[in-house]
Ligand binder design. Sequence first.
Ligand SMILES: Cc1ncc(COP(=O)(O)O)c(C=O)c1O
Length: 537
Amino acid sequence: MAAGVAGLGLSWSSKLAQRPNSTPSPSSSSRSSGNCSIKMDVSVDEQKKTFTLKKSEQAFNIAKPEGFSKSRTVAGTGARCNLVHLTTAITTTSVFKLRLSKREFHGEWPLAVARSSRLPLLDQELMPGGVNSPVRAFKSVGGQPIIMDSVKGSKMWDIDGNEYIDYVGSWGPAIIGHADDEVLAALAETMKKGTSFGAPCLLENDLAEMVISAVPSIEMVRFVNSGTEACMGVIRLARAFTRREKIIKFEGCYHGHADPFLVKAGSGVATLGLPDSPGVPKGATYETLTSPFNDISTVKNLFDENKGEIAAVILEPVVGNSGFIAPKPGFLEDLQKITKENDALLIFDEVMTGFRLSYGGAQEYFGVTPDLTTLGKVIGGGLPVGAYGGRREIMEMVAPAGPMYQAGTLSGNPLAMAAGIHTLKRLKEPGSYEYLNKITSELVQGIVDAGKKAGHAFCGSYISGMFGFFFTEGPVYEFEDAKKSDTAKFAKFYRGMLEEGVYFAPSQFEAGFTSLAHTSEDIKRTIEAVEKVFRQV
Ligand SMILES: Cc1ncc(COP(=O)(O)O)c(C=O)c1O
């Protein structure tokens, strides 16, 4: 790696830190190294964490630094992102505004992200954080999110043409691989008839039949447009059916961004270290009780303290939103027993685990049938879909069959139904889940072995096509255990893996996903990269 270049970001960092006040003021920065030289006027506004770089007449020089064979536009560590931006800016406009958090200026940045970071800084002027869903931002791993251009099978390509083996799978839906030919063909065919009817279509029947015959708890289903909507609907239904208001959720479980669930939620809320979100009225979460995952005695106490008041217990049967956490043997069975004894409903949020752990989801995998279930991700085959369903007597409360109101302009949309149907058809073929299990076990075993061999406190586990690993000795039974992870080390590991062309979720607190399109060759390449990066972090 070009040693001289690494100083660039740090120099700017100290420049920012030294600014005595927040008034924008011109200053000058000139740095050089064997590979790169840069001279420009810098106007800093520390309070807003913005600064403006003005083109100077000096030549702006970028050479490919040693050790970055795959990078085509980069110029070293530390300030590589800025340099790429500047290259772009300098050819288009002479003044370019960068909005950067302090984090991005601190320390080493072995980031391949710079390869495709031309737009994110601009986007932050247009969209909060430059993203439309918080976990896509690289807040907890540093740097800018990579802008992707296309996906196929197990791979993604960024706007600079760099290839990544993808273990995010669009956060779950891409279980048969991205942009599957049959799904695309079905979409093209369906699209010929239009994109939305706002009236019933036969495809809704087809997907409903497939879901009902696959998922043990579901006798009737309602399609919606996202997992969030599914969870909102199911809680309203549980409250309507039981005529009670309190619910129990588990710390680190994420059930979408609706108000009642933003209490000790996982996913982006955990990744960004957010407390309960501002804007959620106290009244909305007042009836939400929480317990650590895998802690049946706390659940028992909550039932004892709130006799006759608890409508439902909702959980991710395998947690994917605080990293991957499996239930202890007997935990799901105990929950089923307690809810039954207390005339409350048991809800499995299978937005992530549905059709992923097995064709019938976690409930089939563990042999525990809840009263209600939510689905999403996989059943939309990459298009926006969610669903909730369960026992007929409960589902018949949903409007227009019953009085519990819930609706959606695009719900049951023919395109989403078609993508879901073709995705489930493929998953139903013999050997699908055996393959997912095999490929994921090779991956996780390889990663854990490499981590331990390199001397890191490390653990990891998986079920079928869902996995996770933590930079802690483990075991991880609940969110508090997951939080013991060395997240700084994870961030370094993450950035190193990007440099090697492997795309994991940009957070220690998210599960990973494999697909039917991942090959043994993908896994081999990933493990070789992991071994290399583990030696560096
Ligand atoms: C278990 C679970 N429930 C609900 C949701 C919310 O789904 P969506 O993002 O489609 O609204 C998610 C999203 O990741 C999830 O993992």
